[in-house]
Design a binder for this molecule. Sequence first.
Ligand SMILES: [Zn+2]
Ligand SMILES: [Zn+2]
Length: 368
Amino acid sequence: MSQVDHYAVLGIDPSASAEEVKKAFRRLTLEYHPDRHAGDATAEERYRQINAAYETLSDPAARARYDAQRRFGGLDLSRGGFDGQSARDLLGNVFGDVFGTRRNQRRKGRDLRYTLTVDLPQAVLGGSFGIEFEAPGVCTGCNGSGTKPGGRAAESCPNCGGRGEVKGEGMFARRTRCGRCDGTGMIQLDACGDCRGSGARKQRRAFDVKLPPGTAAGAERVLTGLGEPGRFGGEPGDLRITVNVRPHPRLRRDGDDIRCELAISLTEAALGTKVLVPTVDGEVELEVPAGIRSGTKLRLRNKGVPLAEAARRKPARGDQLVEVVVETPQLAATPAGERVRAALVALQTACDEAGALPRRASERSRPG
Ligand SMILES: [Zn+2]
Ligand SMILES: [Zn+2]
Protein backbone atom coordinates (compact mmCIF):
# COMPACT_ATOMS: atom_id res chain seq x y z
CA MET A 1 0.00 0.00 0.00
CA SER A 2 1.34 3.39 -0.93
CA GLN A 3 -0.64 5.22 1.72
CA VAL A 4 1.63 7.24 3.95
CA ASP A 5 1.77 5.80 7.43
CA HIS A 6 0.98 8.41 10.08
CA TYR A 7 3.43 6.91 12.53
CA ALA A 8 6.20 6.83 9.93
CA VAL A 9 5.47 10.46 9.06
CA LEU A 10 5.95 11.49 12.68
CA GLY A 11 8.88 9.09 13.09
CA ILE A 12 7.35 7.42 16.13
CA ASP A 13 6.41 3.94 17.21
CA PRO A 14 2.74 2.85 16.94
CA SER A 15 2.80 2.41 20.72
CA ALA A 16 3.87 6.03 21.28
CA SER A 17 2.07 7.91 24.06
CA ALA A 18 -0.04 11.00 23.45
CA GLU A 19 2.84 13.09 24.81
CA GLU A 20 5.31 11.55 22.36
CA VAL A 21 2.91 12.22 19.48
CA LYS A 22 2.71 15.86 20.47
CA LYS A 23 6.48 16.21 20.87
CA ALA A 24 7.19 14.69 17.46
CA PHE A 25 4.56 16.90 15.84
CA ARG A 26 6.01 20.11 17.38
CA ARG A 27 9.53 19.24 16.31
CA LEU A 28 8.54 18.34 12.74
CA THR A 29 6.21 21.28 12.10
CA LEU A 30 9.08 23.62 13.02
CA GLU A 31 11.41 21.73 10.74
CA TYR A 32 9.06 21.62 7.72
CA HIS A 33 7.18 24.84 8.20
CA PRO A 34 6.41 26.43 4.77
CA ASP A 35 7.95 29.72 5.97
CA ARG A 36 11.29 27.99 6.02
CA HIS A 37 10.88 26.13 2.72
CA ALA A 38 9.12 28.60 0.44
CA GLY A 39 8.39 27.03 -2.97
CA ASP A 40 9.67 23.60 -1.98
CA ALA A 41 6.89 21.21 -3.03
CA THR A 42 8.39 18.23 -1.22
CA ALA A 43 8.58 20.10 2.07
CA GLU A 44 5.03 21.36 1.59
CA GLU A 45 3.79 17.85 1.06
CA ARG A 46 5.68 16.67 4.10
CA TYR A 47 4.20 19.48 6.16
CA ARG A 48 0.73 18.50 5.01
CA GLN A 49 1.38 14.87 5.91
CA ILE A 50 2.65 15.85 9.35
CA ASN A 51 -0.49 17.84 10.04
CA ALA A 52 -2.70 15.08 8.76
CA ALA A 53 -0.88 12.53 10.91
CA TYR A 54 -1.21 14.71 13.99
CA GLU A 55 -4.86 15.45 13.37
CA THR A 56 -5.57 11.74 13.47
CA LEU A 57 -3.15 10.55 16.13
CA SER A 58 -3.94 13.35 18.59
CA ASP A 59 -7.61 12.39 18.69
CA PRO A 60 -8.01 9.17 20.71
CA ALA A 61 -11.12 8.05 18.82
CA ALA A 62 -9.63 8.82 15.40
CA ARG A 63 -6.39 7.16 16.41
CA ALA A 64 -8.20 4.00 17.49
CA ARG A 65 -9.97 3.85 14.13
CA TYR A 66 -6.74 4.46 12.30
CA ASP A 67 -4.97 1.75 14.28
CA ALA A 68 -7.74 -0.68 13.42
CA GLN A 69 -7.44 0.22 9.76
CA ARG A 70 -3.66 -0.09 9.88
CA ARG A 71 -3.91 -3.56 11.36
CA PHE A 72 -6.36 -4.38 8.64
CA GLY A 73 -3.73 -3.69 6.04
CA GLY A 74 -4.37 -0.23 4.75
CA LEU A 75 -7.29 0.80 2.66
CA ASP A 76 -7.66 -2.42 0.80
CA LEU A 77 -11.40 -2.81 0.56
CA SER A 78 -11.14 -5.57 -1.95
CA ARG A 79 -11.23 -7.95 1.02
CA GLY A 80 -14.36 -7.91 3.07
CA GLY A 81 -15.33 -9.78 6.18
CA PHE A 82 -15.63 -6.82 8.46
CA ASP A 83 -18.67 -4.76 9.19
CA GLY A 84 -19.47 -1.94 6.85
CA GLN A 85 -19.71 0.78 9.42
CA SER A 86 -16.05 0.58 10.25
CA ALA A 87 -15.19 0.78 6.56
CA ARG A 88 -17.06 4.04 6.31
CA ASP A 89 -15.28 5.32 9.41
CA LEU A 90 -11.95 4.38 7.91
CA LEU A 91 -12.66 6.04 4.61
CA GLY A 92 -14.05 9.14 6.25
CA ASN A 93 -10.99 9.30 8.40
CA VAL A 94 -8.47 8.85 5.64
CA PHE A 95 -10.14 11.15 3.19
CA GLY A 96 -10.57 13.70 5.92
CA ASP A 97 -6.82 13.67 6.31
CA VAL A 98 -6.08 13.87 2.63
CA PHE A 99 -8.52 16.58 1.74
CA GLY A 100 -8.60 18.59 4.90
CA THR A 101 -11.13 21.35 4.46
CA ARG A 102 -12.40 20.64 0.95
CA ARG A 103 -15.41 18.82 2.26
CA ASN A 104 -17.78 20.73 0.00
CA GLN A 105 -16.37 18.97 -3.08
CA ARG A 106 -17.11 15.51 -1.82
CA ARG A 107 -19.08 13.21 -4.05
CA LYS A 108 -20.69 10.14 -2.56
CA GLY A 109 -19.90 6.91 -4.39
CA ARG A 110 -22.62 4.97 -6.11
CA ASP A 111 -24.23 1.94 -4.49
CA LEU A 112 -23.36 -1.48 -5.85
CA ARG A 113 -26.02 -4.16 -6.18
CA TYR A 114 -25.50 -7.87 -6.06
CA THR A 115 -27.87 -10.81 -6.03
CA LEU A 116 -26.65 -13.60 -3.80
CA THR A 117 -28.25 -16.94 -4.65
CA VAL A 118 -28.15 -19.55 -1.90
CA ASP A 119 -29.79 -22.91 -1.36
CA LEU A 120 -32.77 -23.15 0.98
CA PRO A 121 -30.82 -24.87 3.79
CA GLN A 122 -28.14 -22.17 3.57
CA ALA A 123 -30.73 -19.40 3.85
CA VAL A 124 -32.50 -21.15 6.73
CA LEU A 125 -29.37 -21.92 8.73
CA GLY A 126 -27.47 -18.74 7.79
CA GLY A 127 -23.75 -18.56 7.29
CA SER A 128 -20.97 -16.72 5.59
CA PHE A 129 -20.91 -16.55 1.80
CA GLY A 130 -18.03 -15.36 -0.30
CA ILE A 131 -18.97 -13.19 -3.25
CA GLU A 132 -16.70 -11.84 -5.94
CA PHE A 133 -17.30 -9.46 -8.81
CA GLU A 134 -15.69 -6.75 -10.88
CA ALA A 135 -16.56 -3.20 -9.85
CA PRO A 136 -14.87 0.12 -9.30
CA GLY A 137 -12.92 0.06 -6.06
CA VAL A 138 -10.45 2.35 -4.39
CA CYS A 139 -7.48 2.89 -6.74
CA THR A 140 -4.43 1.36 -5.14
CA GLY A 141 -2.09 3.70 -7.01
CA CYS A 142 -3.33 6.75 -5.11
CA ASN A 143 -5.48 5.26 -2.34
CA GLY A 144 -8.51 6.86 -3.86
CA SER A 145 -7.28 10.43 -3.80
CA GLY A 146 -6.87 10.58 -7.59
CA THR A 147 -3.60 12.40 -7.05
CA LYS A 148 -0.39 10.61 -7.88
CA PRO A 149 1.78 9.94 -4.83
CA GLY A 150 3.76 13.05 -3.97
CA GLY A 151 1.77 15.14 -6.46
CA ARG A 152 -0.07 18.37 -5.79
CA ALA A 153 -3.49 17.98 -4.23
CA ALA A 154 -6.62 18.46 -6.32
CA GLU A 155 -7.85 22.02 -6.64
CA SER A 156 -11.17 23.71 -7.05
CA CYS A 157 -12.04 23.97 -10.75
CA PRO A 158 -11.32 27.51 -12.04
CA ASN A 159 -13.88 27.19 -14.84
CA CYS A 160 -16.90 26.72 -12.58
CA GLY A 161 -15.47 27.97 -9.31
CA GLY A 162 -15.89 24.50 -7.81
CA ARG A 163 -19.63 24.35 -8.39
CA GLY A 164 -19.40 21.66 -11.04
CA GLU A 165 -21.81 23.49 -13.32
CA VAL A 166 -21.68 26.60 -15.44
CA LYS A 167 -24.31 29.04 -16.57
CA GLY A 168 -24.63 29.50 -20.32
CA GLU A 169 -25.04 32.82 -22.19
CA GLY A 170 -28.30 34.73 -22.19
CA MET A 171 -30.97 35.60 -19.71
CA PHE A 172 -32.70 32.23 -19.49
CA ALA A 173 -29.62 30.10 -19.96
CA ARG A 174 -29.66 26.87 -18.08
CA ARG A 175 -26.90 25.65 -15.85
CA THR A 176 -24.93 22.87 -17.48
CA ARG A 177 -22.36 20.44 -16.25
CA CYS A 178 -18.88 21.92 -16.28
CA GLY A 179 -16.85 20.17 -18.97
CA ARG A 180 -13.51 21.08 -17.49
CA CYS A 181 -14.01 19.16 -14.25
CA ASP A 182 -16.75 16.81 -15.49
CA GLY A 183 -19.12 18.22 -12.93
CA THR A 184 -17.00 17.35 -9.93
CA GLY A 185 -15.89 20.92 -9.22
CA MET A 186 -12.34 19.70 -8.74
CA ILE A 187 -9.31 19.54 -11.01
CA GLN A 188 -6.49 17.09 -10.51
CA LEU A 189 -3.19 18.91 -10.97
CA ASP A 190 -1.18 15.72 -10.78
CA ALA A 191 -3.62 13.00 -11.70
CA CYS A 192 -2.84 9.45 -10.70
CA GLY A 193 -1.86 7.52 -13.82
CA ASP A 194 -3.66 4.36 -12.77
CA CYS A 195 -7.12 5.85 -12.44
CA ARG A 196 -6.72 9.06 -14.50
CA GLY A 197 -7.56 11.06 -11.42
CA SER A 198 -10.89 9.48 -10.59
CA GLY A 199 -9.58 7.66 -7.50
CA ALA A 200 -11.43 4.53 -8.55
CA ARG A 201 -10.46 1.58 -10.70
CA LYS A 202 -12.34 -1.46 -11.86
CA GLN A 203 -11.05 -4.39 -9.90
CA ARG A 204 -11.90 -7.79 -8.57
CA ARG A 205 -13.76 -7.17 -5.34
CA ALA A 206 -14.43 -9.92 -2.85
CA PHE A 207 -16.55 -9.88 0.29
CA ASP A 208 -17.87 -12.25 2.88
CA VAL A 209 -21.58 -11.77 3.31
CA LYS A 210 -22.99 -13.02 6.56
CA LEU A 211 -26.59 -14.15 6.44
CA PRO A 212 -28.32 -14.59 9.79
CA PRO A 213 -30.23 -17.82 10.41
CA GLY A 214 -33.75 -17.62 9.05
CA THR A 215 -32.89 -15.38 6.11
CA ALA A 216 -35.87 -15.21 3.78
CA ALA A 217 -35.91 -14.95 0.00
CA GLY A 218 -35.78 -11.31 -1.06
CA ALA A 219 -34.01 -10.20 2.11
CA GLU A 220 -31.58 -7.37 1.62
CA ARG A 221 -28.23 -6.98 3.33
CA VAL A 222 -26.53 -3.61 3.19
CA LEU A 223 -22.78 -3.49 3.62
CA THR A 224 -22.36 0.15 4.42
CA GLY A 225 -19.47 1.86 2.72
CA LEU A 226 -18.50 -1.03 0.47
CA GLY A 227 -19.97 0.37 -2.75
CA GLU A 228 -18.13 2.47 -5.27
CA PRO A 229 -15.62 4.88 -3.76
CA GLY A 230 -16.62 8.51 -3.44
CA ARG A 231 -14.75 11.24 -5.27
CA PHE A 232 -12.69 13.91 -3.61
CA GLY A 233 -13.17 12.46 -0.18
CA GLY A 234 -16.87 11.77 -0.54
CA GLU A 235 -18.33 8.82 1.30
CA PRO A 236 -18.29 5.51 -0.54
CA GLY A 237 -21.59 4.07 -1.65
CA ASP A 238 -23.06 0.95 -0.08
CA LEU A 239 -23.04 -2.61 -1.27
CA ARG A 240 -26.66 -3.78 -1.39
CA ILE A 241 -27.12 -7.51 -1.52
CA THR A 242 -30.44 -9.13 -2.35
CA VAL A 243 -30.84 -12.73 -1.27
CA ASN A 244 -32.28 -15.13 -3.82
CA VAL A 245 -33.18 -18.59 -2.53
CA ARG A 246 -32.90 -21.49 -4.97
CA PRO A 247 -36.02 -23.69 -4.70
CA HIS A 248 -35.41 -27.05 -3.03
CA PRO A 249 -36.74 -30.11 -4.84
CA ARG A 250 -38.46 -31.41 -1.69
CA LEU A 251 -38.51 -28.76 1.03
CA ARG A 252 -40.33 -25.48 1.21
CA ARG A 253 -40.46 -22.87 3.89
CA ASP A 254 -43.69 -21.91 5.61
CA GLY A 255 -43.00 -19.25 8.22
CA ASP A 256 -40.89 -20.85 10.92
CA ASP A 257 -41.69 -24.34 9.69
CA ILE A 258 -40.38 -26.39 6.80
CA ARG A 259 -42.85 -28.52 4.88
CA CYS A 260 -42.40 -31.54 2.66
CA GLU A 261 -44.38 -34.44 1.32
CA LEU A 262 -43.47 -38.07 1.74
CA ALA A 263 -44.81 -40.67 -0.66
CA ILE A 264 -45.24 -44.14 0.84
CA SER A 265 -46.85 -47.23 -0.57
CA LEU A 266 -50.23 -48.66 0.38
CA THR A 267 -48.53 -51.50 2.22
CA GLU A 268 -46.00 -49.22 3.95
CA ALA A 269 -48.93 -47.16 5.21
CA ALA A 270 -50.48 -50.32 6.64
CA LEU A 271 -47.31 -51.96 7.96
CA GLY A 272 -45.36 -48.89 9.03
CA THR A 273 -41.85 -48.12 7.83
CA LYS A 274 -38.69 -46.18 8.48
CA VAL A 275 -37.60 -43.73 5.79
CA LEU A 276 -34.94 -41.10 5.29
CA VAL A 277 -36.35 -37.63 4.74
CA PRO A 278 -34.39 -34.52 3.77
CA THR A 279 -34.17 -31.67 6.27
CA VAL A 280 -32.15 -28.45 6.17
CA ASP A 281 -29.67 -30.26 8.43
CA GLY A 282 -29.36 -33.25 6.09
CA GLU A 283 -31.27 -36.51 5.94
CA VAL A 284 -32.86 -37.85 9.10
CA GLU A 285 -34.66 -41.10 9.77
CA LEU A 286 -38.39 -40.82 10.21
CA GLU A 287 -40.54 -43.56 11.62
CA VAL A 288 -43.91 -43.87 9.88
CA PRO A 289 -46.24 -45.71 12.27
CA ALA A 290 -48.31 -48.68 11.07
CA GLY A 291 -51.86 -47.84 9.96
CA ILE A 292 -51.10 -44.21 9.06
CA ARG A 293 -53.64 -42.37 6.91
CA SER A 294 -52.81 -40.40 3.81
CA GLY A 295 -52.59 -36.68 4.58
CA THR A 296 -51.26 -37.20 8.10
CA LYS A 297 -48.55 -34.69 9.01
CA LEU A 298 -45.62 -36.08 10.95
CA ARG A 299 -43.66 -33.55 12.92
CA LEU A 300 -39.87 -33.42 13.08
CA ARG A 301 -39.36 -31.18 16.07
CA ASN A 302 -36.69 -28.51 15.97
CA LYS A 303 -35.83 -29.12 12.31
CA GLY A 304 -37.44 -25.91 11.07
CA VAL A 305 -36.25 -22.34 10.80
CA PRO A 306 -34.13 -20.94 13.65
CA LEU A 307 -36.24 -18.30 15.38
CA ALA A 308 -35.16 -14.68 15.47
CA GLU A 309 -33.37 -13.72 18.67
CA ALA A 310 -36.34 -11.73 19.93
CA ALA A 311 -38.90 -14.47 19.28
CA ARG A 312 -36.85 -17.25 20.86
CA ARG A 313 -38.69 -19.79 22.88
CA LYS A 314 -37.94 -23.42 23.50
CA PRO A 315 -37.12 -25.03 21.19
CA ALA A 316 -35.32 -22.25 19.37
CA ARG A 317 -36.39 -23.52 15.96
CA GLY A 318 -39.58 -24.27 14.13
CA ASP A 319 -40.49 -27.80 13.08
CA GLN A 320 -40.51 -29.74 9.87
CA LEU A 321 -43.92 -31.07 8.91
CA VAL A 322 -43.88 -34.17 6.75
CA GLU A 323 -47.18 -34.83 5.00
CA VAL A 324 -47.71 -38.49 4.21
CA VAL A 325 -49.04 -39.21 0.73
CA VAL A 326 -50.08 -42.80 0.09
CA GLU A 327 -49.16 -43.65 -3.46
CA THR A 328 -51.69 -45.88 -5.21
CA PRO A 329 -50.17 -48.62 -7.38
CA GLN A 330 -50.39 -47.94 -11.10
CA LEU A 331 -51.12 -51.14 -12.94
CA ALA A 332 -49.19 -51.81 -16.12
CA ALA A 333 -50.34 -54.25 -18.80
CA THR A 334 -47.32 -56.43 -18.30
CA PRO A 335 -46.80 -59.78 -16.61
CA ALA A 336 -45.34 -57.92 -13.61
CA GLY A 337 -48.35 -55.59 -13.59
CA GLU A 338 -50.67 -58.59 -13.61
CA ARG A 339 -48.91 -59.98 -10.53
CA VAL A 340 -49.52 -56.69 -8.71
CA ARG A 341 -53.19 -56.78 -9.71
CA ALA A 342 -53.57 -60.36 -8.40
CA ALA A 343 -51.87 -59.46 -5.14
CA LEU A 344 -54.16 -56.43 -4.68
CA VAL A 345 -57.28 -58.52 -5.31
CA ALA A 346 -56.03 -61.01 -2.73
CA LEU A 347 -55.31 -58.14 -0.35
CA GLN A 348 -58.85 -56.78 -0.75
CA THR A 349 -60.37 -60.17 -0.10
CA ALA A 350 -58.24 -60.68 2.99
CA CYS A 351 -59.11 -57.20 4.28
CA ASP A 352 -62.83 -57.86 3.88
CA GLU A 353 -62.54 -61.16 5.69
CA ALA A 354 -60.57 -59.62 8.54
CA GLY A 355 -62.66 -56.47 8.83
CA ALA A 356 -59.47 -54.52 8.37
CA LEU A 357 -61.23 -51.55 6.70
CA PRO A 358 -64.00 -50.75 9.24
CA ARG A 359 -64.90 -47.28 7.93
CA ARG A 360 -65.19 -48.47 4.35
CA ALA A 361 -67.30 -51.39 5.53
CA SER A 362 -69.70 -49.15 7.49
CA GLU A 363 -70.11 -46.69 4.60
CA ARG A 364 -70.82 -49.43 2.10
CA SER A 365 -73.42 -51.17 4.32
CA ARG A 366 -75.61 -48.06 4.42
CA PRO A 367 -78.64 -48.27 2.13
CA GLY A 368 -77.81 -46.24 -0.99
ZN1 LIG B 1 -5.36 6.38 -8.69
ZN1 LIG C 1 -15.55 22.80 -13.27
